[in-house]
Design a protein around this ligand. Sequence first.
Ligand code: SF4
Length: 137
Amino acid sequence: MKTVATGILEGCFGCHMSLLDLHEEILDVLGAVEIVYSPIIDTKDFDHADIGILDGAVATEDNEETAKKFREKCDCLIALGTCSSYGGIPGMRNLFDLQDVLTSVYGDKIPSSDEIPKHLPEVKSLDQVVKVDYKIP
Ligand code: SF4
């Protein structure tokens, strides 16, 4: 049985919701693979997976770290969704200055904490950070 790990970068969670939208057909999937790591199950980490699936764009240092961890631990890495494949909606940030984007959202109260992942200067698609084997936009 193949092992699968799934993860989320900068996105809306919609790609993972679309997996759940398989409804009862998800039972066929769960019969064919073992999910070793995913936001939809209660695991904190994983050592290895045959297949890794990441949705969302790479917009923060935290996203970059997750992308590299998945590449290291997964034999095959799949970019799921437009954000992961091409930058998608998060990638629209690249059309503007990062500080202007933050100011337009938070005004003069931009959150600042070591616990908040730092934004990368530019949002990237997954394959701009690590080698990707397949894209499913
Ligand atoms: S591609 Fe991006 S915006 Fe679309 S559902 Fe996936 S995470 Fe959400």
